[in-house]
Design a protein around this ligand. Sequence first.
Ligand code: AHR
Length: 322
Amino acid sequence: MRRRAVLVLLGAALSGCGGERRWDTGVDGKPQLVLGFAQVGAESGWRTANTKSIQEAADASGIELRFSDAQQKQENQIKAIRSFIAQKVDVIAFSPVVESGWDTVLQEARAAGIPVILTDRAIDSKDTTLYRSFLGSDFVLEGRRAGEWLVKEYQGRTSPVNIVELQGTTGSAPANDRKAGFAETIKASPNLRIVASQTGNFTRAKGKEVMEALLKAHPKIDVLYAHNDDMALGAIEAIQAAGKRPGVDIKIVSVDAVKDGMTALSQNRINFIVECSPLLGPQLMDLAKKVVAGEPVDARILTVETTFTPEQAKAALPQRKY
Ligand code: AHR
């Protein structure tokens, strides 16, 4: 009660400076914070788990969530953000489909006095005052971890190791950063060669389609580095259809550690997975409350993550939440 009262006062104070800021009234007549969330889409198991985490955490925190699915299109996300501004929500959070092209719409949010939080993916704007905080993973580190596993796996081998890379959505932070972190880490081992690198748009269907083409174009592929589990799982179907054994004839390293990926890892069809946690909901709700209350928040909040071998996947699977 006391906290709510403080929040009402702060809401009123913000209303004074921003002109239009106010908190809506919830079903019980108490003020309820309204969060507009512009999601990327539903392209992967990771994304489905992320959406669920956000929806459940909003419910648990008494936050009214206005949710929009951009179907992996930046123009849809921009429209959703403009609509949240028009609705005068208290705070906007979004996971940007791509890194660039956000300045104009975020300036509009700022002019309306609505704070913005980036979740999961970052933007490349030079103006860091356009958003209050970033909450998510260190994608460069994820790429490095995938590369470190590969370097170790082929330690002592001097003959060429042909790697194909399935990138995430072109222009997205995870695709850019996972590519960069991986490339930087394998650079010192000249026999580890990326012979092809193409986007699979983070989806299983595209992962399969691109891998089919890569298998035809490159008769000797030793390793697949997939920027997420869904693309790796699609690629596994293509590898099997080509009469090869995933995890044996072609080693596979991917990112996410969703249940389907972990299952394939536990069955040795994937060899190593770098975790990327989608369970950002509870932290996001706390952050939203703090930002609206005008409390100081960290500019960058990183998720703590790990990596999995097949044995570790077997042990972790029974408790895996996503
Ligand atoms: O931004 C996080 C990435 O987006 C996940 O690794 C991928 O599965 C998702 O689609």
